[in-house]
Design a protein around this ligand. Structure first.
Ligand SMILES: Cc1cc2nc3c(=O)[nH]c(=O)nc-3n(C[C@H](O)[C@H](O)[C@H](O)COP(=O)(O)O)c2cc1C
Length: 166
């Protein structure tokens, strides 16, 4: 099978990560996949913030979910997607960018998972300029990325979710 198809059909969300950091080259490719994702009316209303500093990651976790917890499963890299506040394609563009990044990570042999949390608190999402989120932008989604710990076999297709009218 075509390797792109093979990759799309085998990606899984990963929730257990090794401590080992991902390389700068891999991070660059994942971010390039994000900025080249389809987006409504080609407005490119987004910004991507990759955090790899363990102290900063711990501080962010504390701010979002409290001491000792991790909303991104202690992954070594967290990528925050932020969108210009009020953009009408906020949800769609976020999904396209995150999907591209998840596929890129998987193709590079890395694991990832979309982590909803900051986006449930728009006020907090607007107040993360100290973490590289531009003024006037709001965090709309985050992606945990790292080397997978454990196995993540492909999942079966749920029955009844496809109709083909030939
Ligand atoms: C919009 C969206 C939000 C998600 N939020 C979370 C989340 O907060 N935490 C988490 O562990 N997984 C999250 N996921 C991952 C889903 O749980 C996962 O994609 C789903 O269970 C299907 O499994 P798979 O990705 O392994 O195929 C999210 C996925 C999407 C598309």
């Amino acid at each position: 099978m075509n390797t792109i198809l093979e990759s799309i059909l085998s990606r899984r969300s990963v929730r257990s990560f090794q401590e080992k950091q991902i390389s700068k080259e891999d991070l660059d490719i994942i971010l390039k996949a994000a900025v080249l994702a389809p987006n409504g009316m080609k407005q490119e209303p987004w910004h991507f913030t990759a955090i790899q500093n363990p102290e900063v990651l711990k501080e962010l976790d504390k701010k979002v979910v409290g001491e000792g917890k991790s909303f991104f499963y202690h992954a070594p890299t967290l990528i925050m997607v932020s969108i210009e506040d009020g953009n009408g394609f906020e949800k769609e563009d976020t999904a396209c960018a995150l999907t591209n990044m998840m596929q890129a990570a998987h193709a590079l042999g890395l694991g990832s998972v979309w982590c909803n949390r900051i986006n449930h608190n728009p006020e907090l999402g607007r107040q993360l300029t100290e973490y590289g989120v531009p003024e006037g932008y709001k965090v709309t989604g985050t992606l945990a990325v790292g080397y997978t710990k454990g196995d993540y076999p492909s999942r079966p297709v749920k029955e009844g979710t496809i109709t083909i009218i030939g």
